[in-house]
Every structure is written in C-alpha cells, then in structure tokens.
Design a protein around this ligand. Structure first.
Ligand SMILES: *[C@@H]1O[C@H](CO)[C@@H](O)[C@H](O)[C@H]1NC(C)=O
Ligand SMILES: *[C@@H]1O[C@H](CO)[C@@H](O)[C@H](O)[C@H]1NC(C)=O
Ligand SMILES: *[C@@H]1O[C@H](CO)[C@@H](O)[C@H](O)[C@H]1NC(C)=O
Ligand SMILES: *[C@@H]1O[C@H](CO)[C@@H](O)[C@H](O)[C@H]1NC(C)=O
Ligand SMILES: *[C@@H]1O[C@H](CO)[C@@H](O)[C@H](O)[C@H]1NC(C)=O
Ligand SMILES: *[C@@H]1O[C@H](CO)[C@@H](O)[C@H](O)[C@H]1NC(C)=O
Ligand SMILES: *[C@@H]1O[C@H](CO)[C@@H](O)[C@H](O)[C@H]1NC(C)=O
Ligand SMILES: *[C@@H]1O[C@H](CO)[C@@H](O)[C@H](O)[C@H]1NC(C)=O
Ligand SMILES: *[C@@H]1O[C@H](CO)[C@@H](O)[C@H](O)[C@H]1NC(C)=O
Ligand SMILES: *[C@@H]1O[C@H](CO)[C@@H](O)[C@H](O)[C@H]1NC(C)=O
Ligand SMILES: *[C@@H]1O[C@H](CO)[C@@H](O)[C@H](O)[C@H]1NC(C)=O
Ligand SMILES: *[C@@H]1O[C@H](CO)[C@@H](O)[C@H](O)[C@H]1NC(C)=O
Length: 703
C-alpha cells in the first residue's frame, strides 16, 4: 500500500531490491517477499465467474493463461462506458462496477467491446438491492422439463406463464474476459483510492503514467462444449490423470418411512410409495455464492421438518404406503438429480421401481407467502386422464384437510397453466403420475432474486435481535421459522393421509419450530455452528463453512442434509461403536460407499474427547450424475450435459504500471543494479570482516 504514496515505482523497485539484497546478505534467511508485497496488493474476498459447458455452448468467464491485466476504471454511470469502449487512451480497461450497474445492457456492451475490456470486477453490496435481480433465464430448464412441443405445444417454452420475468440471462452468456465479485471492504477501498489518485481523468486531461492496474487470473482449461472437453479428458487421461472438465454432479439424499432392501434393485414392492421431494441446489452468477434461501432452503428445510414431525406417527401407526423423502441435487442444471433417479427407477438401478410410485408431493419455493397462502400446482396435460385426475383431486383434498386449524391456506391457481420448473416434471416425462407442487406463487415467481446471490437470509427475513451471541441466535425462533413450521406441519399431515394414515392421528403430527429455526440459521447464517458440529462426524466437522469445500465429491449441503435427516428420522440404538461399525459394513452394499445407514456421530463439542454414537436410519445417498455421462451421450437433448471447466488458479491483484517505455527503463535499471550488486557482493564478501565488525541496525529500521 505504501507504494501509492510513493508513486514512483520505476525507482522504488530497484531501491527495494537493493535493500533486500543487502538484508539477505547480512541476515541469511530473510526472503525478498517483502518487495512483492509492496508492489502488489493481493485481493482477498474475490469470487470468480467460471466456465460451464453443455452439449452445444460454453458459458461463463475466463482470463488468459497469464491473467488479464487492465488499467483500472471505476464506472460511475452508464454514460461513462464511452471512456472504456471508445475514448480512453490506455486500453484495455479493467472495469469496476458498483452492483446497480451490473445490468444486462451494460454487460452486453462490455461483451461486445471485449477488445478494450480486460475484465470486470463487481462490488457486491452489503445490503440487497431494493429492486429485483435475477441473472437466470426467464424460463428455467426450458428444454428438459416435461413441456416439450410433443407433450403440448401450447405449454412449451413457458408460453402460458413466464416463471422468472426478472431473469436477465446474464448467467447464461459467454464472456471473453474474467468477471470477479468483490466484497465491499478494505480491498475495494484501496482500489477506489488507487483509481482516484492515478487514473481518474481530471478536467478532461488524460491521466498520466504510472497508472493503477489490476490483474485477474481465472484461466479455464475447457473450451467449446461438453463433447470436446470429454474427448480431451479421455486423451489426457491416457497420458496423465489431468482432467479438463468434470460433469456437474453430486448425490441425492433419500430416506423412507419403512426400511427398503437396497440390494434388491428394481424390485416390485407390495406397497406403493408416496414421494415427498425438494431440491437442494441453487446457483448464482458467481461460483459458489448461492445461498438459495427462497429457491432451495425454504423447501428442503420444510421437508426435513415434516420428516421429523412424521417420525413417531409413522413408527407407531405405520400407514399402508411408504413415504420416500427425496432431496434432489443439480436441479438447476437441467434436473440432474431427478432425471437420474427416474432413469435409475426405470432401468432397475434403484431400490424402488417407477411402477411403485403412487404419487408425488413436491415442496418448491415456500418462504415468501402473502396472506398465508400457498398454491397447489398440477399438470393439466396428464390430468386429462381421468384416473390421474382423480388421484390429483384426492391429493389436493388431503392437503386442504391437512391445512385445517393451521395458519396456512392452500389454493389452486384457478386457471390452466403448466407446472412451474420442478423435479416432478421429470417423473411426468417418464409416465403420467399424479402429483402436486406446492409453491408460494400463483403464477410467476414471487422470488425477486431467483438464482442470484441476493436470495439470502436477509431476503427471507431471517434476522436476529442485536447483541445476540451465535449460540443464542441458533436457538432464537424467528418469525420466518414459525411460518415455515406451519407449512411443515401441513406437509407432514398431508403426507400422512396420502400414505393411508388415519385422520384421527393428525393432531399428534406437529413440526418443531426449534428445529426449523436452527436449520435456517445453519443453512443461511452460519454453517459452522455447534448443532451441525454435533451432527456430523468429527473428521468432517472441522471443514464446515469453508467456501467450496467438498467431501469426496459430496457437497456440504448434501452432507449436512444426509446427517440431519438421519438425526431427525432415525433412532439411537444402545450399541458400542465397534458394533455400529461392523453392522454398517455388513449391511452396506458396495455401490453405496458414501451411505451411512448407521452413521457414527459425535458428542457435544464441550467434551474434549468426542465420543461417537450410533444412529440407525434409512437415509441413503444416490448418485446425482446425469445419465448422459454413463451413456457417453454428450450431445443428449434428453439429459443434462453440463460440465464445469477445471482451473489452476483464481486470484486478483492490483499494482501500478509504468508506461511501456518506463517498464523497459525499469528493466534496464534492474539489470544494471543486478550487475552492480554482483560486483558489490564480491567486494563486500571479500571485506566482510571489516564491514560488519560493528553492531548492525535492526532489520525493521531499514523500512
Ligand atoms: C458491437 O460493436 C460494434 C463495433 O465494434 C458496433 O458496430 C455494434 O453496433 C455493436 N453491437 C451492439 C449490439 O452494441
Ligand atoms: C402460445 O401457444 C399458442 C398455441 O400454440 C399460440 O397461439 C400462441 O401464439 C403462443 N404464444 C406465445 C407467446 O408464444
Ligand atoms: C446450452 O446452453 C445454451 C446457453 O444457455 C443454450 O442456449 C442451449 O440451448 C443449451 N444447449 C442444450 C443442448 O441444452
Ligand atoms: C479496514 O480498515 C480499517 C481502517 O483502515 C481497519 O480498522 C480495519 O481493521 C480494516 N479491516 C480489515 C478487515 O482489514
Ligand atoms: C489478504 O490476506 C492476507 C493474508 O491472509 C493479508 O496479509 C493481506 O493484508 C490481505 N490483503 C488485504 C488487501 O486486506
Ligand atoms: C479543474 O478545473 C477547475 C475549474 O475549471 C479548477 O478549479 C480545478 O483546480 C481543476 N482541477 C485540477 C486538478 O486541475
Ligand atoms: C435384500 O435383497 C437381496 C437380493 O434380493 C436378498 O438376497 C436379501 O436377503 C434381502 N435382504 C433382506 C434383509 O431382505
Ligand atoms: C415422539 O416420541 C417420543 C417418545 O416416544 C417423545 O419423547 C417425543 O416427544 C415424540 N415426538 C413428537 C414430535 O411427538
Ligand atoms: C391397509 O392395509 C391393511 C392390511 O393390508 C388393509 O386391511 C387396510 O384396508 C389398508 N388400508 C388402506 C387405507 O388401504
Ligand atoms: C440428534 O441430535 C441430538 C443432538 O442435537 C441428539 O441428542 C440426538 O440423540 C440425535 N438423535 C439421533 C436419532 O441421532
Ligand atoms: C446400554 O447397553 C449397556 C450394555 O450393553 C448397558 O449396560 C446399559 O445400561 C444400556 N443403556 C441403556 C440406556 O439402555
Ligand atoms: C461448555 O463448557 C463450559 C465450561 O467448561 C461451560 O461454561 C459451557 O456452558 C459449556 N457449554 C455447553 C454448550 O455445554
């Protein structure tokens, strides 16, 4: 940082080199790192946009191999773009955008003028924007749901309802330059200051060298499309195990109210199964900042709470149908998780056959209810069949029965409209199955921040009184938690009747607001909290909350939901750790390595010696990898083909650049200094005794 006050790097550099040279000479072991630190400011807290590929396109961002360098330009308004795209004398520019300017028109202009744009850094605001923002498409998963031209041309391509009207599609564009997000903190202040001091054109004059510049590294290995990168993976693999891209994928989490023999695949069971589904994933423009509060968390937290509410009832008065809780991963990217499960069910790879599926109840976005209302969406096309229609009607009646006495009312949208984007569409694609999707919107989404970084705790109104410790916040029951508890109770009761349980039991089925509020805190505010640490094995607990951390290809949400579901639906048998381990190995089949039907959990964090205990549950993981990759059909139009490019380093830094002439001069001076130094070294080392006999200055005095 000092460098900015100094302002003459061409001279500073050699001087510092010289000092460093002397220092390292006199104090062997002192490195020259300090020099680099003075010249460059490394930006922490930056998150890139990365490259993704599908069957036909590449989307996202990337830099050149050695990083993109550009002269900093803080964009103050849209008119200011002219400087970047036309008039500025020192292209390429690295544009700093305040978040209100991160809009489609501006980004498209920058994309079009990419020869003068080295990159973009977007300053993430500390509070959500008042207006909506969604970088997603207006019609999510347009081509991989059930509404194709063949199914019903009137409903294809969101013809009737545009689900995400605020979607500007920025997440699906391709950019030739890196785009980073930066937290609005000291880094950003340094950048603004550097811009004001050096780069800002004052009174129409052109700014003089040295100028403040920024370098962004996010080189992506994969290009063109999925088929190309998978082919390169194969070629590379024969030489070295270096991959170019990876299929997007994770694991689905599922559990059942009755034990299901998981080794007997495709087994036609006597009883039928009611599927209760929610999605686990979400995304945003930037890699890994995807809170998905409304789009994902509101639904899966509701389903988890409903599963807990049903634990006693389904054990004491077991209804005739089995309830299968499923949590799908990768739904954002053309329904990876649900399409895989349906594919497995159809091809005898799953414990439950598709023929055994009685009905589906999906919990969509349920966090933003207006007037306590929820909307029951169904598929008008399959309901033309009278038996499907009857079953859907029954399910709707069950939901209405379940909502009695609760602060929730359920209604149908009241006009013929297709299903919103939902996992259930993938079941319908396979066969007409009765089902309902519960949402908080009648037609278009109420979510104004769909698949953006602003779909967060703040947006769901998960907030706490000031001065609370994290431990107090974890236990504090928020209004949002109370509201979602009502929804969870309604869902649990509806599932119970839908599975054939008696209505007289309903009053004993109640979701727990304490659990709901802890889950919201854990998924939206602080993952690394004392409750989650108790639930997951101690070797994994230390990694909680680290951005982008995956556990053997299992993402953190998947892992957490797996252990939560086990805790909320399972039991703790009184057996020793060794027995637990043994039983687990006996019962586990080879294909479900990550599955822990009896997981070893940990004792409360206070006990220094964290003792494990055994949990018996039916929770399992199943692959959420698109069948296109097993079939090696990389141009599939039926299944997701999304892959993510690999990269080596993601980083950003700012520094001052001299003009090219000055840089050459600096190099010349540098070489000169080097030669002088060598001579000096020789002289000094030969006269060292004489020179250093007196006391030395302490090292820090030099700076
Ligand atoms: C893109 O840039 C070219 C000049 O480089 C210009 O002629 C064209 O109108 C621009 N297109 C858009 C959509 O801005
Ligand atoms: C929707 O589909 C109907 C029937 O196919 C067609 O007449 C109408 O123009 C379509 N509307 C839009 C906005 O595409
Ligand atoms: C691939 O993604 C692009 C960009 O979103 C989209 O236009 C295209 O239809 C997708 N291709 C397939 C086969 O889904
Ligand atoms: C940011 O700068 C202020 C004042 O310069 C300082 O007090 C604060 O600790 C810095 N914050 C961080 C996170 O470095
Ligand atoms: C970035 O982090 C490193 C170490 O974590 C720290 O030394 C450095 O000062 C930070 N940079 C800024 C600009 O805060
Ligand atoms: C810019 O111009 C204004 C008036 O024209 C003058 O007062 C000001 O000092 C100038 N600033 C600089 C940095 O030259
Ligand atoms: C599960 O199914 C397999 C294969 O059909 C069978 O061998 C095994 O005995 C079954 N296990 C149980 C507990 O029923
Ligand atoms: C379930 O049953 C246990 C004991 O059988 C009881 O302690 C617990 O409160 C019950 N839970 C609910 C949600 O009713
Ligand atoms: C549940 O199963 C039992 C025994 O198989 C049967 O007697 C009963 O009628 C079934 N109940 C419902 C609601 O289907
Ligand atoms: C669930 O976790 C709690 C601690 O939060 C623990 O007391 C309880 O025994 C666990 N239950 C199961 C079935 O794992
Ligand atoms: C658990 O089992 C041990 C011996 O296996 C027994 O001593 C202990 O009392 C049991 N605890 C409970 C709560 O049943
Ligand atoms: C942890 O231990 C400390 C003292 O050993 C105690 O004050 C604190 O209440 C304990 N916390 C919990 C959650 O048990």
């Amino acid at each position: 940082q000092e460098i900015y006050q100094n302002g003459t790097p061409g001279i500073t550099l050699p001087r510092q080199l010289l000092m460093c040279f002397f220092l390292s000479l006199s104090l062997a072991g002192v490195g020259c790192n300090s020099v680099e630190k003075k010249i460059y400011v490394h930006l922490n807290n930056t998150v890139p946009c990365v490259r993704l590929l599908n069957a036909t396109h590449q989307i996202g961002c990337q830099s050149s191999l050695s990083g993109n360098v550009g002269v900093l330009h803080v964009l103050e308004s849209e008119e200011n773009l002219d400087w970047v795209l036309k008039t500025g004398p020192n292209p390429p520019y690295l544009v700093i955008l305040e978040s209100p300017l991160f809009t489609r028109p501006i980004m498209m202009k920058l994309k079009n003028g990419s020869s003068r744009v080295a990159g973009v850094a977007v300053v993430a605001p500390n509070a959500n924007p008042p207006k909506g923002f969604s970088p997603h498409t207006t019609c999510p998963n347009e081509n991989t749901g059930v509404y194709t031209e063949e199914y019903d041309p009137a409903f294809a391509h969101c013809n009737v309802t545009m689900w995400n009207p605020l979607g500007n599609g920025l997440s699906y564009e391709e950019y030739d330059f890196p785009i980073f997000s930066m937290k609005d903190d000291n880094d950003t202040q340094i950048i603004r200051q550097c811009y004001l001091d050096h780069n800002r054109a004052v009174n129409g004059s052109t700014p003089q060298y040295p100028l403040c510049a920024m370098q962004l590294y996010s080189h992506m290995s994969a290009v063109t499309d999925t088929a190309t990168c998978m082919r390169r993976n194969d070629i590379n693999f024969s030489i070295s195990p270096e991959m170019v891209c990876d299929p997007l994928g994770d694991y689905n989490v599922w559990a059942s109210t009755r034990p299901i023999n998981n080794t007997a695949k495709g087994h036609k069971m006597f009883e039928s199964v009611v599927i209760a589904a929610a999605r686990l994933d979400s995304r945003s423009f930037f890699f890994d900042i995807a809170p998905g509060a409304e789009s994902g968390v509101s639904g899966f937290v509701t389903l988890l709470a409903a599963a807990q509410a049903l634990r006693n009832a389904t054990q004491e008065a077991q209804p005739n149908r089995t309830i299968l809780y499923t949590f799908f991963q990768g739904e954002t990217f053309d329904y990876i998780g649900s399409s895989r499960m349906v594919y497995d069910m159809q091809s005898n790879q799953f414990a439950v056959d598709l023929d055994n599926v009685h009905s589906v109840l999906e919990i969509g976005q349920v966090g933003l209810r207006a007037d306590s209302k929820l909307w029951l969406h169904s598929d008008p096309v399959s309901m033309k069949n009278s038996s499907v229609n009857n079953e859907v009607r029954k399910l709707i009646v069950n939901l209405q029965t379940a909502s009695r006495g609760l602060n929730v009312s359920v209604e149908e949208p009241g006009f013929s409209q297709p299903l919103p984007p939902s996992s259930f569409q993938r079941f319908l694609r396979a066969r007409p199955i009765p089902g309902v999707v519960i949402e908080d919107h009648q037609s278009a989404f109420t979510n104004r921040f769909y698949e953006s970084m602003y779909d967060n705790a703040e947006y769901l109104n998960v907030s706490y009184p000031t001065n609370m410790t994290p431990e107090e916040q974890l236990e504090f029951v928020t209004e949002t938690a109370k509201a979602l508890t009502e929804v969870a109770t309604m869902v649990a009761r509806a599932l119970y009747i839908q599975a054939g349980g008696a209505e007289t039991q309903l009053s004993s089925i109640n979701a727990d607001p304490q659990t709901v509020t802890r889950m919201l805190y854990g998924f939206l505010v602080r993952t690394n909290n004392s409750w989650f640490q108790q639930l997951i094995p101690s070797d994994l607990a230390s990694h909680l909350g680290k951005l982008g951390h995956t556990f053997l290809k299992i993402s953190e949400p998947t892992l957490l939901v797996q252990y939560l579901l086990a805790n909320l639906t399972g039991s703790t048998p009184n057996i020793t750790q060794d027995n637990c381990q043994n039983q687990r190995e006996d019962e586990e089949d080879k294909e479900s390595k990550h599955v822990r039907p009896k997981a070893l959990n940990t004792a409360p964090p206070n006990s220094t010696q964290r003792e494990g205990y055994c949990v018996r549950s039916t929770v399992r993981l199943s692959k959420a990898l698109s069948p296109a990759f097993d079939l090696r059909d990389y141009t599939s139009t039926n299944f997701s083909t999304w892959t993510e490019s690999r990269w080596k380093s993601i980083k950003g830094r700012i520094f001052l650049v001299a003009s090219h002439d000055l840089e050459m001069l600096t190099l010349g001076v540098g070489v000169g200094v080097l030669i002088t130094s060598l001579i000096l070294t020789y002289v000094i080392s030969s006269k060292a005794d004489m020179l250093f006999s007196a006391g030395r200055e302490p090292a820090n005095a030099t700076y």
